[in-house]
Design a binder for this molecule. Structure first.
Ligand SMILES: [Zn+2]
Length: 330
């Protein structure tokens, strides 16, 4: 695609396509591996809890063509005096773009961006992102370029249930086991690998029935539970899945109490993918992987009610909707 892209014009069609997707989430409420129906006397375990602890991340790519100053006469030196970007300007979405020339620091809201040497960048919007965020750049001259991005709200799937949340919270013995796992997850996501997958168009790691959407949340007698932090795909036990974009494996271990076999892949620029419940892992920590490369097999290890792949995408602290990176499954 060639031309000068401004965020909005590129976005409108994508937003429409997305609205159509949201419309069909209702039929998945009863998916057996995502909602354990049986309301026992005691409140059932919160099905979202396990996966809320893992955060996925995603990326999308567009060929960015810098916005250019008025195409006056001939001089070859053209300055980019503003941001250009394209992507999904909605909660759980993202943008890829080009910062103004001579940018020394840029941020989206409070979050500092990792601007590549050529001025390209990735940024994203948390599931609960505010409606308007400032995209700003400080130039080497000291000048500040700033514009607001309007992030459209999503109509998340909310289930109101007339049961209390599990009282108490995790036991001391569980947390003794859990804490090192969480530390490993946090540490792996802090690793900077220089991966470039963030700039690619993502592909589905595996195709199959979608048994749980990103953002779904239960409200227990008015008290919100944690939301589903990724997308669940149920193609069957043992089915191979692949890396949705280039990256570096920053975590690949079995036996996590909730995640089971867990793979985390860094895609660069603060974006990473997490894959849960794997029955088999065929990559090692530190290994570079390419888009489409087999990394593991679907399973039900950890806390899972049936074999499925949970794919989560995270950009820095923001949890993102993988569906916005790959589009509908064919
Ligand atoms: Zn899940």
């Amino acid at each position: 695609m060639i031309g000068r892209m401004m965020g909005w014009s590129v976005f409108a069609p994508a937003a429409l396509g997305f609205a159509a997707l949201v419309g069909c989430t209702g039929s998945e409420a009863a998916a057996p591996d995502t909602v354990s129906a049986a309301p026992n006397a005691a409140a059932p375990a919160d099905p979202e809890t396990p996966e809320a602890l893992e955060t996925p991340q995603a990326i999308a790519v567009e060929q960015m063509v810098p916005a250019q100053a008025a195409p006056e006469p001939a001089p070859a030196l053209v300055q980019n005096t503003r941001f250009s970007y394209a992507g999904e300007l909605t909660q759980g979405g993202y943008i890829r773009g080009q910062a103004p020339d001579d940018t020394v620091q840029a941020s989206l809201g409070e979050q500092v961006l990792d601007i590549a040497e050529d001025g390209t960048f990735f940024a994203a919007f948390d599931r609960d992102s505010a409606g308007i965020l400032a995209l700003s750049a400080t130039l080497s001259s000291g000048q500040i370029i700033r514009e607001n991005i309007t992030v459209s709200p999503r109509d998340w799937q909310i289930e109101r249930v007339n049961i209390a949340r599990r009282p108490g919270g995790p036991s001391a013995s569980f947390m003794a086991r859990r804490r090192p796992e969480l530390n490993a997850i946090v540490a792996s996501r802090a690793v900077e690998t220089g991966a470039q997958g963030w700039s690619q168009d993502f592909i589905w790691p595996v195709t199959g029935r979608i048994s749980g959407r990103f953002g779904r949340q239960r409200i227990y007698r008015g008290e919100p539970g944690s939301y589903h932090g990724g997308i669940d795909i149920a193609p069957g036990n043992g089915v191979p899945f692949v890396s949705p974009a280039d990256g570096v494996v920053v975590l690949a271990r079995t036996g996590f109490s909730l995640e089971g076999g867990l793979i985390i892949i860094d895609h660069g620029q603060g974006l990473n993918s997490a894959f849960l419940h794997a029955s088999r892992i065929v990559v090692e920590e530190g290994q570079a992987v390419t888009q489409g490369q087999h990394i593991g097999n679907v399973g039900s290890t950890g806390r899972a009610t049936g074999p499925h792949l949970h794919w989560g995408l995270k950009w820095k602290a923001a949890r993102l909707d993988p569906l916005l990176f790959v589009g509908p499954m064919n």
